[in-house]
Ligand binder design. Structure first.
Ligand code: 13P
Ligand code: SF4
Length: 386
């Protein structure tokens, strides 16, 4: 979604890095406990060094929900993360995104109109009360609200498995029928919920489905540009996982040929990838997990390990620096940063912090209360499951 971030005043765009650094240090100390800065692992070094809390999207949303004291939460990440923080923080708190153009191209692949359209079309061919909508954290607040209204949940890459288990009533072994009793329908009867509509990332949905023991025949891709997602009625009826046709352009770049090339150069090497990578890559990787998982896995690897990581380059380079006793490289030698995470830089951080000192809240992210109330249901459900 296009949002307009006006160019910064010259005082910021022309300032030296040293000057901006000094100004951020000073603003931060003057704001004291009124301010909390959150930093996603994909942020640049010049920014993440100022984060009071670093984390993946799940860790940061949980942390945001716990911050009751700070008046201002500056979210160094992307738009959907700042929206989630606004939903989970109190009315006395204001969430700020230093650059409004820091969106997420994957999140933009699903919007409320598109999801409602597909939902209505699905209702024409199957019992819609049997479908649980699950939205990945990487989605607009309006979609989280849709999910909240329809008895679904948000998930992140760190908790997609328990959330899908909950949705499909699977026990820890992946068998049906145990854990989550489905909500009651208006009639008071328990609904039988045996399908999930998962959006917007088909890869996270598919990889999690395979981890839970489903196979390709249980999954169908829903193309939002085609009627009924381009599916036949029977395909909808027989599927368990309906996967929205969305992807992350950063993670979709990783190919099986990268894994093969790394393994031929480093036969004892370890490959760790994020679950937004394609299933073909995940299938032959040694480990798969969220950004927090990747960080822990590298910390736990023995000294001397050679590890190729399939995720955003800022995190990979940081891990390489933090573990000089191990060799940590990008799985794809042609480096590709997340261009929207990259938008948050020192000039923008200094600009929003100095605005606060001047009594001006710049780039506040506000989710309207109607949307926030429904989205909160879906987010809190996720926090309760995981
Ligand atoms: P995490 O859930 O691992 O933080 O990932 C978010 C994301 O945008 C990955 O591309
Ligand atoms: Fe979105 Fe991909 Fe960037 Fe993550 S890495 S914020 S999914 S575009």
């Amino acid at each position: 979604m296009f949002r307009l971030q006006p160019p910064l005043p010259d005082d910021y765009s022309r300032a030296t890095a040293d000057d901006l650094h000094r100004r951020v240090v000073s603003a931060r100390s003057r704001l004291g406990r009124r301010l909390v800065i959150l930093g996603h692992h994909y942020q640049r070094e010049e920014v993440i060094q100022f984060a009071d809390k670093r984390g993946d999207s799940f860790g940061l949303s949980r942390f945001a929900a716990e911050q009751r004291e700070a008046e201002f939460v500056v979210f160094c990440g992307v738009h959907f993360m700042a929206e989630s923080a606004d939903i989970l923080t109190g009315p006395h708190q204001q969430v700020i995104l230093p650059d409004l153009n820091a969106g997420c191209s994957m999140a933009d692949m699903a919007d409320l109109d598109g999801v409602e359209q597909i939902w209505d079309e699905l209702a024409e061919v199957t019992d819609i009360e049997g479908i649980v909508p699950i939205t990945y954290m990487n989605s607009a607040a309006a979609l989280k609200a849709f999910v909240g209204r329809n008895s679904g949940s948000v998930c992140t890459s760190a908790n997609a498995r328990p959330v899908l288990r909950w949705a499909l009533g699977l026990d820890a072994n992946g068998k049906a029928g145990a854990s989550a009793p489905a909500p009651r329908a208006a009639s008071g009867r328990r609904r039988v919920r045996d399908k999930v509509l998962f959006f917007p990332d088909q890869h996270l949905g598919r990889n999690t489905g395979f981890q839970l023991g489903y196979d390709a025949a249980d999954m169908q891709v829903v193309d939002p540009r085609r009627r009924l997602g381009g599916l036949q009625d029977a395909e909808v009826k027989e599927a368990t996982l309906l996967l929205w046709k969305g992807h992350c352009s950063v993670h979709q770049r990783f190919q099986t040929s990268h894994v093969e090339a790394f393994r031929s150069e480093h036969p004892g090497g370890i490959v760790i990838v994020h679950p937004e990578c394609s299933h073909e890559v995940v299938e032959i990787a040694d480990e798969v997990g969220s950004t927090d998982y990747i960080i822990d896995a590298i910390a736990a690897a023995p000294a001397g390990s050679v590890i190729a990581v399939g995720t955003e380059i800022h995190l990979v380079e940081r891990l390489a620096r933090e573990h000089p006793d191990k060799t940590v490289v990008s799985l794809d030698p042609i480096v590709c940063p997340c261009s929207t995470m990259f938008r948050i830089d020192l000039p923008h951080l200094a600009w929003v912090l100095e605005g606060l000192l001047e009594g001006e809240v710049r780039n506040r992210i506000v989710v309207d209360e109607g949307t926030a109330a429904d989205a909160r249901v879906a987010l809190e459900r996720m926090l309760a499951i995981a």
